[in-house]
Design a protein around this ligand. Structure first.
Ligand code: NAP
Ligand code: G3H
Length: 481
């Protein structure tokens, strides 16, 4: 596998190329020694040429019939599924995801692409008559259609290198846009494989172009480029905030970080709460924007909950993704250092260690901290790692206050048997979504997916993503009668 991943070329205007600079970016595995692949480090001139290719063919692509576009997307989905094992191996190697999770990511992507094509096929514009407004005439007929924006810049994060890329590419393409795809560097090998599938599916040249290289080097250039019409970004809040500042008048959709609370009321079904909190907090080592990143539990059930959580944390499978473990090494040593620092800070300030606080390289063992208080960093900072702080509260109001005090507002979970209370709390929470008696998560993928405050701007989810990448176009027919 390693040898086939070195010296990957980039894909622009239907051609595989090497950068004329001779520069490459080396991809290190989160859990293996050495370089596992290299991708081209494009210069700004090469990135600009890619944008030109996308721009040149966009109007023609927009005119291709929707049935034909859908057929091409179906072929792309088929190609991706046909390479499920290869893609999963690549994801395991470069982002440390277990083979089982990586395979289900490919299946989810196949379903996502197909649903996106079907969603577009079943969507129509509308017509309006002028006489609905005072003084207006019925001889004025407005035809409202949706048209593509132009060239979409799709920037994806490392943690779902296939799915979160396709969830930008598919809606952009089906609605007649062309794409510049900038994958996360740690995730670019999977991105290149997606382009191989795309190439085999037979899309016209220039419709999708992959631009590889460090975001810190070419990111701002891409975002600011005058021929980029819209940016769809998923990643960290800091990167997203910078992007929004420099994007000018371009529309942007930002899906950013989170600090999702799991609120456990004293009437909760604790078995259900524990099951959801454990999978919500620790799967893929907590490297999910929607992971449960803090527990706010009522004092009266806190001891019971913590004891049950401890029993389950101790059962979690920890180690290499090659052995199908749940808790795997983090993406890089910088991330592991950050998580360790949060644990150290909490313990220094008096948190109780219930499980974990053991590190081997990038592998942080699942860590559970009780009696976490507001002065500890782990109460507020997104760890993107397997550490779960438990904060004890005396009332629903205190839970709501702490939940809303966060700079983030992605999702929240409420565990309770009282549906009225659940709705009361849900209404008070400043988040994009609230899960009642379930873990925080993005799917199913046709649901709206959004964050507020530091968690994002705009909405994804299949229909919403299509809306965000198109605009209304009104044509008015002025009849004689
Ligand atoms: P990141 O460091 O912000 O990187 C995300 C993407 O932005 C990568 O493709 C990166 O490229 C690129 N980038 C870096 N600098 C850029 C710039 N100046 N201009 C444009 N693009 C730039 O995030 P990550 O480490 O991949 O992902 C972890 C974070 O993403 C966490 O905070 C997590 O919560 C969040 N996330 C949110 C969601 C959501 O849907 N809300 C989903 C997944 C992840 P390089 O890789 O080349 O640096
Ligand atoms: O990391 C961010 C993803 O959007 C989370 O997706 O909830 O399906 O794991 P997920």
């Amino acid at each position: 596998m390693e040898s086939t991943l070195t010296a990957q070329r980039y894909y622009v205007n239907g051609e595989w190329k090497e950068s004329t600079t001779g520069n490459v970016v080396e991809i290190m595995s989160p859990y293996k020694e050495g370089v596992v692949g290299t991708v081209q480090a494009l210069s700004q001139e090469e990135a600009a040429a890619a944008i030109q290719s996308a721009k040149q063919v966009q109007k023609e692509w927009a005119k291709v019939s929707l049935q034909e576009k859908a057929d091409l997307l179906y072929k792309w989905a088929d190609e991706l599924l046909a390479m499920q094992d290869e893609l999963a191996q690549t994801m395991m190697l470069e982002v440390g995801k277990s083979l089982k999770d990586a395979k289900s990511e490919v299946q989810r992507t196949y379903d996502y692409i197909r649903y996106t094509a079907q969603e577009a096929l079943h969507t129509n514009g509308e017509s309006m008559r002028g006489d609905r407004f005072p003084g207006g005439s019925s001889s004025k007929v407005g035809i409202v259609d949706r048209v593509p924006l132009g060239v979409i810049l799709a920037i994806s994060p490392f943690n779902y290198p296939v799915n979160l890329s396709a969830s930008k590419l598919a809606p952009a393409l089906i609605s007649g846009n062309t794409v510049i795809f900038k994958p996360a560097t740690q995730g670019a090998l999977s991105g290149i494989k997606m382009m191989e599938a795309f190439d085999r599916a037979g899309f016209p040249a220039g419709v999708v172009n992959i631009v590889t290289g460090r975001g810190s080097v070419i990111g701002d250039f891409l975002v600011e480029h005058k021929d980029i019409s819209m940016v769809s970004f998923t990643g960290g809040t800091k990167t997203g905030e910078n992007l929004a500042k420099i994007a000018g008048m371009k529309p942007v959709v930002l899906e950013l970080g989170g600090k999702d609370p799991g609120i456990v009321r004293e009437d909760a079904d604790l078995d259900k709460a524990v099951k959801n909190i454990i999978s919500g907090a620790y799967s893929y080592s907590g490297q999910r924007c929607t992971a449960i990143k803090r527990v706010l539990v009522h004092d009266n059930v806190a001891n019971d909950l913590v004891a049950r959580l401890q029993a389950e944390v101790e059962k979690l499978a920890v180690g290499s993704p090659e052995d199908g473990n749940t808790v795997v090494p983090l993406i890089d040593s910088k991330s592991a250092d950050g998580v360790q620092a949060l644990i150290d800070d909490a313990l220094e300030k008096g948190a109780t260690l219930i499980a974990g606080n053991k590190r081997e390289g990038n592998l942080i063992h699942p860590t559970l901290l009780d009696h976490v208080t507001e002065d500890m960093e782990v109460a507020w900072v997104e760890p993107f790692g397997p550490v779960l702080p438990v904060i004890r509260v005396g009332s629903d109001e205190e839970a709501i206050e702490l939940a809303n005090k966060s700079e983030y507002g992605l999702q929240a979970s409420i565990f309770t048997r009282d549906v009225d209370k659940a709705f009361y709390i849900a209404n008070e929470l400043e988040t994009g979504a609230v899960q009642i008696n379930g873990r925080t998560e993005r799917g199913p993928d046709h649901f709206p997916f959004l964050g507020v405050k530091g968690s994002g701007m705009g909405t994804q989810g299949i229909a919403n993503s299509i809306l965000s990448m198109t605009r209304e176009k009104l044509t008015v027919l002025n009849l004689d009668k």
